[in-house]
Design a binder for this molecule. Structure first.
Ligand SMILES: [Zn+2]
Length: 354
């Protein structure tokens, strides 16, 4: 490795001198991976086919969905646990699937959470029959409450980058026989709208045509249409972020509450990524996507001492970091090792906001 002491010093001086420019050099992505839009696929009623047929279609592309279970309908708990183990979100669709689930907001979370173990817990609820229960109880127990089509309630079907105006009324577009989304093109058309508007679209699916749907008999969807939609998403993965509803909700809330504080030395930059979202529903520790402007050709990134994946593209270093997850250190991969984290002397302390 060529090490030119004079030129490195010159760069360091330039960085300190341009302190305010440096402050603008760390950004949090609107969506994970700095994609342009987000899409969530949600599935209601715990159909057996969601485990046997739908899960494998998602696996083909490495995408994850949200599966909303009815506790008293005794779904295939071990099957849905395997979906949770592979990164899908399991969520509440009430205990009894009455006309309105009022009174079951907290207990269905506890009941389903007692059956399914998953990293982020039960943080999403989907209302049976699209009927909003006790909003206060919803917002005390979940970070997102899902209705059906926004347009059925005088709202937009596609959300903006900050999600719904009321998290107890998060819209999702009905698919299948009774919905307006039937074909692959119907799905991709909505996802394209989300990309174009930097927004978020969610879909609401029950069982599938010609599959074993158990109690999920309403509005069966052609699973091939979803397969085609996910294939399109994979081909456009740099633009569209496909992720479970609760995870996207965490991302939005963290992104809007997060603050980055940075400090630089010649061959490393250190950041604290933090927020103080004050509710006990979630730890809000879903990774946020960060990019830092840099002309380094090689970089190493660690958080709390552990190496994290990073890439360099078009003058930025990209990585995902967990808010309140410990110090982030970005080091010049071409600099000689040792002393790269001891840069507090003479470094500049900066406040950065997304
Ligand atoms: Zn239902």
């Amino acid at each position: 490795m060529k090490f030119n002491k004079i030129s490195i010093t010159a760069i360091a001086v330039a960085m300190f001198a341009a302190g305010s420019a440096f402050a603008q050099n760390a950004e949090i992505g609107t969506w994970a991976g700095f994609r342009k839009g987000a899409a969530s696929f949600t599935f209601d009623d715990g159909a057996p086919s969601q485990v046997s047929d739908c899960g494998p279609v998602f696996d083909k592309y490495g995408y994850k969905g949200t599966f909303n279970l009815v506790y008293n309908w005794n779904p295939n708990w071990s099957g849905f646990q395997s979906l949770a183990d592979s990164g899908h979100e399991i969520a509440s669709h009430s205990n009894s699937h009455g006309n309105n689930m009022s009174g079951e907001e907290a207990s269905s979370k506890t009941n389903i959470g007692g059956k399914i173990k998953q990293k982020y817990g039960i943080i999403t609820v989907a209302y049976p029959n699209c009927n909003v229960p006790n909003e206060r109880a919803v917002l005390q127990n979940y970070i997102v409450g899902r209705i059906c089509n926004g347009s059925w309630q005088g709202m937009s079907d596609i959300m903006g980058k900050n999600g719904p105006s009321n998290w107890a009324k998060t819209p999702a577009i009905m698919t299948g026989a009774e919905g307006q989304i039937k074909s692959t093109n119907d799905f991709t058309g909505q996802m394209q709208k989300a990309v174009q508007s930097n927004g978020w679209v969610a879909f609401l699916t029950h069982g599938f045509q010609g599959k074993n749907n158990g109690p999920a008999t309403y509005s069966p969807t052609d699973l091939n249409a979803i397969d085609g939609a996910l294939k399109w998403a994979k081909q456009n993965d740099k633009d569209i972020w496909v992720a479970p509803m609760g995870f996207v909700a965490m991302y939005i809330k963290e992104r809007n509450a997060a603050k980055i504080q940075g400090q630089s030395s010649s061959n490393s930059m250190t950041f604290e990524l933090s927020h103080n979202i004050a509710d006990s529903i979630s730890k809000y520790d879903y990774p946020l996507s960060i990019r830092v402007k840099s002309d380094w050709s090689k970089a190493e990134v660690t958080q709390n001492g552990a190496k994290i994946e990073s890439k360099i593209e078009s003058g930025y270093i990209y990585f995902d970091a967990v808010p309140n997850g410990g110090k982030i250190v970005v080091s010049n991969g071409n600099a000689s090792s040792g002393g790269s984290t001891g840069g507090s002397t003479g470094g500049s302390v900066l406040e950065m906001y997304p």
